[in-house]
Design a protein around this ligand. Structure first.
Ligand SMILES: Cc1cc2nc3c(=O)[nH]c(=O)nc-3n(C[C@H](O)[C@H](O)[C@H](O)COP(=O)(O)O)c2cc1C
Length: 436
């Protein structure tokens, strides 16, 4: 992560905040204000109550994520290309000599939203081994900070870590985990991705990095983490213990109420001497782009598996309840077929599926909606599928139902809808024109 941040710093792509900010709301508020006008990462040099600087919005841009994979246009296509390359296993290395043991309370205490129960860890990548096979899994889980020795962790129903914990718990055992803040970026991408239960997500991260990950042993749990990780929290998810966690301002824009969630007992916190802490604002572009990675790659895979042709890319704009598929239209009704396959590919989140042509920016919902409004009838291109259940956490059925939108140009009439453009507009650098 440090190397990646340094590259962005060298290219002047990082917004730097020198002024001291409070971790209580101010850091999140500044991040939100910056994200409204720019996708640049932010580096807060001074956060009150801690000696550690804070980075945020590193992953808050789809073009940046695509570039991170060495691609330039279709994120999903590039992802699939990498997943088809041979596995790269991690290697063991000695513990670097710049590590030190700290307390959790040495880290910046960041509280994000008004009614949050208190400071939360939001960017922690959890590493754990399957209790029988020892296959490693990576995943994100928010955690409420209770004390130097306790976190309350949300393990959502369908996730691998939840299954590992249940398996260990059935034997009366705790599950060892390492929570990484600022691991190599490839681990963050692998943690967000939908990887089959049986596959090692560390090997997937190796594939993404194109080199073996260099792993050091943890000090108090039987796990190894990438040696260059900024901060590692070691601990155990306790069996048969649940305690109140929340409320917390979640990615859908409202609060998840207090619920009884898992308890993690911290056994050590190990940090690089000059560590940088990663804070992620839930529901912000950084969160949404990582969540998108999971849903969009799954839908893209399903479209290819169903032998749909002309698929260019899939995005989830404005958030993962909405899937946008970009196609090269090949025949009358192509968009509708694609829409139906995409709807069936993901029963949790596909509340709407929109299909657009290759000249529409799928990362910009304004552009997607413009295509629907300007390229044909509103009525004949919308499809409502009633009463299909959605998101698993939905007792009141608010996520039921599906909406499909064909926002493509009527087949065979592309010339009539040619997008206007200003020659040279893409190359304009305003810095060369504006006085200030
Ligand atoms: C930033 C971020 C935060 C997340 N927070 C949680 C969380 O608090 N609880 C949860 O169950 N899942 C959370 N998720 C979703 C899972 O971590 C993610 O879907 C992951 O791919 C699960 O992998 P698995 O199914 O292989 O275990 C989060 C995802 C992201 C990107």
């Amino acid at each position: 992560m440090r190397r990646y941040l340094d590259t962005l710093l060298a290219a002047n792509r990082v917004r730097i905040v020198e002024r001291e900010v409070s971790g209580q709301f101010e850091l999140a508020a500044v991040t939100q204000a910056s994200q409204r006008e720019s996708d640049a990462p932010l580096l807060f040099r001074r956060v009150s109550g801690s000696r550690y600087p804070v980075m945020t919005n590193i992953f808050g841009s789809r073009p940046r994520l695509t570039k991170m994979l060495g691609g330039n246009t279709s994120f999903c296509k590039r992802w699939m290309e990498i997943m088809a390359t041979p596995v790269i296993a991690p290697v063991d290395v000695a513990e670097p000599n710049d590590l030190e043991e700290i307390r959790l309370s040495d880290l910046p205490p960041v509280t994000y939203f008004e009614l949050d129960a208190g400071p939360y860890l939001t960017a922690g990548v959890y590493l754990a081994n399957e209790p029988d096979t020892r296959v490693p899994n990576l995943s994100f889980h928010r955690a409420q900070i209770i004390s130097d020795t306790e976190l309350r962790v949300r393990l959502g129903g369908p996730h691998d870590l939840t299954r590992y914990q249940a398996k260990a718990e059935a034997r009366g055992e705790a599950l060892e985990v390492a929570i990484m803040l600022g691991p190599p970026p490839e681990l963050v991408l692998a943690a967000a991705a939908p990887i089959p239960y049986e596959e090692s997500e560390l090997e997937v991260a190796g594939r993404l990095a194109g080199r073996p990950l260099q792993m050091r042993r943890c000090r108090t749990v039987a796990l190894s983490v990438p040696a260059e990780t900024e901060i590692v929290i070691e601990g155990r998810l306790l069996p048969n213990v649940r305690r109140p966690e929340g409320p917390f301002g979640e990615f859908l824009g409202s609060y998840v109420p207090v619920g009884d969630n898992h308890v993690l007992e911290i056994s050590a916190v190990i940090a690089r001497r000059d560590a940088i802490y990663h804070a992620l604002v839930c529901g912000s572009p950084e969160d949404l782009r990582l969540l998108e990675l999971s849903v969009a790659t799954r839908v893209y895979q399903a479209l290819l598996a169903a032998k749909q042709r002309g698929i260019i890319d899939v995005a989830c704009t404005p958030n993962i309840l909405s899937t946008v598929v970009q196609i090269d239209q090949l025949y009358e009704g192509h968009a509708r077929q694609v829409m139906l396959t995409a709807m069936g590919a993901n029963h949790d989140y596909n509340k709407s599926v929109l299909v657009v042509d290759d000249d529409v920016d799928i990362n910009d919902f304004d552009d997607v909606w413009w295509a629907y409004l300007t390229r044909g009838r509103a009525d004949a291109r919308a499809l409502v599928v009633p009463d299909v259940p959605g998101f698993y956490r939905d007792p009141k059925k608010d996520f039921f139902g599906r909406l499909g939108i064909d926002a493509t140009v009527p087949f065979g009439r592309k010339d009539e809808f040619l997008r206007k453009r200003i020659p040279g507009a893409e190359a304009i650098d305003l810095g060369h024109y504006l006085a200030r």
